[in-house]
Design a protein around this ligand. Structure first.
Ligand code: HEM
Ligand code: HEM
Length: 397
């Protein structure tokens, strides 16, 4: 079996890489479609959906590394010339689809992986790959943008594969030429003479640039990301939240998953000199982002957002033994429980940077009552708050 490709034939590694990527990508796409449609009404169904998503992500990540190897190999090889270069439009279409497919091999897994890493997806990636990615911060807005790219790119991939397979079948059944046999059997065919132009890669690139633009830009203005500023209240010590993140982490099927709320409002009345004050936080539960199971987490078994759309934490801020804490009560899902949130506060140039963590027991709020042990969902829910706020001078009246 010749290893190298020639202008008339695909070598063994090129064909192996082609069929391996085709298999991995088609399997990942089928699993992605299937996993998003699975019901999540009972613990067994959640477990099945998590398995399907983990399989989807793991195969997708594997497809990414195989695609990288394939592309590295392809750049060292001559590309076999089309069999009918005189059919210029057909050749341009086929080559554009090939370049679009090369793009899909990178965009699909990378967008999925970034979405997963930015939101610590519900279903873990199996194996040695890890859940995070370097340079990808935890961010609901980023996860949403990457998810939009992933969803739209799936359509481009679907269309490209459909055209590609239709083309291969046309060559095999109508033209009855050796195009398909070159890829299946390594047959040498054609004159080998063809100078590939720049039009096809440029067209494919503009398709992918369009996907990114459509997926990312229109949502940018409306995407929930930072919490809304609190309503001004007449006081000298009102602080306005500039940016922040309210997230929680729970163990699910043995792996940590993190969800966050995009829409919450904090009214903070705090005097740095006395290190005392008050805080009220209202959280719109429907703004939760928890990967594939957001809807289920909002459903009656868990947060029951339809009956109790808002959670409220109201507390007094004070200092004990040098440790600042907000001590008060949390109203969530119809239950009210005492909660203490220890936090640290750093003042830099009039901006307060606050970070705090506390742990709740989901059973105190009747969350996941049907999940009586910790095998599927852990009892402890770690809540993390991080925000920056500035003292508002406009409310000094
Ligand atoms: C499953 C059905 C598929 C069939 C029957 C098929 C068939 C073929 C054939 C016959 C060629 C050679 C075309 C030529 O010599 O001009 C080819 C090339 C190619 N295929 Fe596929 N393919 C399939 C799936 C895929 C998938 C899923 C991908 C990627 C997502 C893919 C990516 C490519 C690329 C990038 C090339 C161009 C290779 C190059 O010359 O650099 N194919 N395919
Ligand atoms: C070759 C690689 C991949 C392909 C072809 C692919 C394809 C798909 C498809 C077709 C869907 C359903 C889209 C929808 O219904 O909107 C999907 C969903 C999803 N994929 Fe992938 N995927 C790939 C890789 C990955 C990877 C590597 C990850 C994460 C590590 C990932 C994470 C997800 C997630 C989280 C969803 C659910 C979408 C959502 O909740 O918004 N995918 N994928």
């Amino acid at each position: 079996m010749p290893l190298a490709s020639t202008p008339r034939s695909y070598g063994g590694p090129a064909r192996l890489f082609h069929w391996l990527t085709a298999l991995l990508i088609v399997t990942a796409a089928a699993l992605g479609l299937c996993a998003t449609g699975l019901p999540t009404g009972s613990p067994e169904q959640v477990a099945a959906a998590v398995t399907a998503f983990s399989a989807h992500k793991t195969i997708g990540v594997a497809a990414f590394f195989v695609a990288l190897a394939r592309i590295l190999w392809a750049v060292t090889q001559p590309r076999p010339a089309p069999l009918h270069p005189a059919r210029r439009l057909e050749t341009l279409a086929a080559e554009t689809v090939h370049w679009a497919l090369y793009g899909a091999m990178l965009v699909m897994p990378l967008s999925g992986w970034v979405k997963h890493a930015a939101q610590a997806g519900f279903a873990p990636i199996w194996g040695p790959f890890g859940q995070g990615l370097p340079f990808v911060p935890q961010s609901a807005a980023l996860a949403q943008a990457a998810g939009a790219v992933h969803g739209l790119a799936a359509w481009v991939l679907g269309a490209a594969v459909a055209l590609h397979v239709a083309g291969a079948l046309k060559h095999a059944l109508i033209d009855r030429d050796a195009t398909l046999a070159r890829m299946t059997h390594g047959l040498a065919a054609g004159s080998g003479a063809h100078r590939a132009g720049r039009a096809a890669p440029a067209l494919a690139l503009s398709i992918w640039a369009g996907v990114m633009g459509v997926a990312v830009l229109p949502g940018a203005a409306t995407r929930p990301g930072t919490p809304t500023a609190p309503a001004p209240v007449a006081s000298a010590d009102i602080w306005q939240v500039q940016e922040g993140r309210l997230s929680f982490t729970v163990r699910q099927m043995g792996a940590e998953v993190t969800g966050s709320f995009a829409d919450w409002q904090a009214q903070i009345d705090y005097t740095p000199e006395t290190r005392a004050g008050q805080v009220t936080v209202d959280i719109a539960l429907a703004s939760l982002g928890l990967g594939a199971v957001t809807a289920q987490a909002l459903g009656p078994e868990f947060l029951d957002a339809a009956s109790h759309p808002t959670a409220r934490f109201s507390a007094a801020i004070g200092e004990t033994d040098g440790q600042l804490a907000a001590t008060g009560r949390l109203e969530l899902r119809g239950a009210t429980m005492p909660v203490t949130l220890p936090f640290t506060l750093e003042m830099v140039d009039g901006t307060a940077r606050m970070t705090g963590t506390t742990t709740l027991d989901r059973r105190d709020f009747g969350i996941g009552a049907g999940y009586g042990d910790e095998a599927t969902v852990g009892f402890d829910v770690r809540v993390d708050v991080a925000l920056t706020a500035t003292r508002s001078s406009t409310t000094n009246n």
